[in-house]
Write a protein that binds this ligand. Structure first.
Ligand code: ADP
Ligand code: ZN
Length: 531
């Protein structure tokens, strides 16, 4: 009734002020909280730093019983619970990392109604004993955090999440709120479907992060480029650097330390204690730089991360958005910087081709990669492209805070060079029955008399030396663009170039190939910082 809503509303504001010490709600928080406190189901999409936690914590405090929070972030449960206890919220957690006595204590607190919030790992909920335990207490709501993990086609699938449809079947009267910071329209529908949230109200905040400056640069000497970025724009500031492999995490961290940067490594291969120690130094000390695989970051609440750098291409736009979203949660100007090169495209295509997934999974991975490549190759605003990807429209075509808006890339018609490159691949295959990697085709086009060129008599091909108008880096750009657009493909162990069905359109002059000028553009600092 209207009475209940207004009572819930004022109670919510009261809890916000009294318990959390904040004067007012942000964005849609108030609407979401009233809806859930009133017993409604909700699906909440809000970017990182938007304030999702309060959306279930306050309803849990306002409603009678314990709010059960399902979170995949076991490593962070202790921190989350400690933070809540500091402000006087009665919170506990159950997970596999905890010892028997601790668990018993939390179980008793729950059954006695002494908990406002109980954090549970998703795999725990599948256990019959846990389900029986939950039957013995009073549940005020279920909060399903990182809800995109239920999507098989997303980038972060966790099989345990599929079991969560059971919540609705077993406890039909308990309201549920699912939350995520990343979801395309398709993923959103999948979450609603798999979690049986068909009747849930959807709350979708803007995904725009105006204080983050998005920049994607061609990769030349990545570590040197990175060091340059840190020294000129972020000296002594906290940041996260993502690398694809553990080895490259180690090497990059070492390199930075040698160059006077306070850097720490983080990846799944490190000892648990080292990992936990590095994470806690990053959170507590000032100006620490974390060099990590994507194993790091989910649920990390550090407001003053000033930059997120990627030394390797992320596998999807969702991943990229989520990782870069860890920058600037305090709303201050921050940088999202990605260095990307031909090798990234080759390597990732190869990884997809050689993965053991079935065809549908490989196709799905390829689609994710293609969207990421399109973002890299775009000649228009990165921000509006990102927002479009998540089904949102940008307020303007020129955000003024991404590399393409700050220094508009010259685009040039690369159709003729593209034709030259594709003909080289075609000739090698047709006339010689040979396949080679990108390097050899470029050497041929540039007319380089290398050992390999002479050995295979590639200097006798009619295309030999016809590409002198471009520099080697530009040719690599052409290959990258063709690969990104599916106009060329790589295959096999040696990543040899092969034509695709779409190559013919370029060769016949029906498909135009527009290129970004590769001049290493200097981007000026974001507006707010210039003063
Ligand atoms: P998310 O889970 O969406 O990434 P959090 O719930 O961790 O975001 O909130 C991000 C930060 O914003 C936290 O430090 C939180 O305390 C703060 N915050 C959330 N809501 C408010 C509010 N209404 N007023 C002030 N600070 C808030
Ligand atoms: Zn822009």
């Amino acid at each position: 009734s209207a009475d209940q809503v207004s009572a819930g509303g004022s109670a919510a504001v009261d809890v916000l002020n009294r318990v959390f010490g904040y004067p007012s709600f942000r964005g849609q928080q108030h609407d979401i909280i009233e809806h859930v406190a009133g017993g409604g189901d909700a699906l909440v999409l809000m970017p990182t730093g938007g304030g999702k936690s309060l959306c279930y914590q306050i309803p849990a405090l306002v409603r009678p019983g314990t709010g059960v929070v399902i979170s995949p972030l076991i490593a962070l449960m202790q921190d989350q619970v400690d933070a809540l206890r500091t402000v006087g919220v009665r919170a506990g957690f159950l997970n596999s990392a905890q010892d028997y006595d601790e668990r018993r204590l939390v179980e008793a607190e729950f059954v006695n109604g002494d908990l406002d919030l109980l954090y549970v790992a998703p795999e725990g909920l599948g256990v019959a004993a846990t389900q029986r335990l939950l039957d013995r207490g009073k549940i005020s709501l279920f909060a399903i955090d990182e809800a995109h993990c239920v999507s098989q086609w997303g980038h972060d699938f966790r099989p345990d999440y599929l079991g969560l449809s059971m919540l609705h079947e077993r406890w039909p009267d308990v309201p549920r709120i699912a939350l995520t910071a990343t979801a395309t329209t398709a993923t959103r529908d999948e979450i609603a479907h798999r979690l049986q949230l068909a009747d849930a109200r959807h709350f979708t905040a803007s995904f725009d992060r105006p204080n983050i400056q998005y920049r994607i640069v061609p990769k030349n000497e990545p570590r040197k480029q990175l060091l340059d970025l840190l020294r000129t724009e972020h000296p002594g500031e906290a940041g996260i650097i993502y690398c694809l492999s553990r080895a490259s995490v180690e090497k990059t961290a070492e390199f930075l330390v040698q160059n006077g940067v306070k850097a720490l490594p983080y990846h799944a291969g490190l000892d648990n204690r080292v990992r936990a120690a590095n994470q806690s130094r990053f959170l507590r000390e000032e100006g620490m730089v974390m060099v990590a695989t994507i194993a790091f970051g989910m649920g990390i609440d550090k407001p003053d991360v000033r930059f997120v750098a990627h030394l390797d291409l992320p596998k999807s736009v969702e991943g990229y958005y989520q990782e870069t979203g860890r920058a600037g949660r305090d709303g201050q100007p921050s940088t999202a910087w990605l260095a990307y090169g031909l090798q990234d495209v080759v390597q990732q295509r190869k990884m997809i081709d050689s993965s053991d997934g079935d065809l549908a999974h490989r196709r799905n991975a390829a689609q994710h990669l293609d969207a990421m490549l399109a973002l890299c190759e775009t000649v228009t605003c990165r921000r509006s492209q990102l927002l479009n990807y998540f089904g949102q429209t940008a307020t303007t075509d020129n955000c003024g805070n991404c590399d393409t808006c700050l220094t508009p890339p010259e685009s040039w018609d690369g159709t003729v060079p593209a034709q030259k490159l594709l003909s080289t691949v075609l000739r090698l295959q047709r006339e010689r029955g040979q396949k080679f990697g990108a390097g050899q085709s470029i050497d041929i086009l540039l007319g380089k008399e290398t050992d390999k060129v002479q050995r295979f008599r590639h200097n006798e091909l009619s295309v030999f030396g016809i590409g002198a108008e471009l520099r080697e880096a530009e040719w690599r750009g052409v290959v990258r663009k063709l690969l990104a657009g599916g106009l060329l493909a790589v295959e096999g162990e040696y990543s040899t170039l092969v034509l695709t069905d779409a190559s013919a359109g370029v060769l016949r002059g029906e498909t135009k190939v527009m290129m970004r000028r590769e001049a290493p553009a200097k981007v000026r600092a974001p507006k707010q910082r210039a003063a």
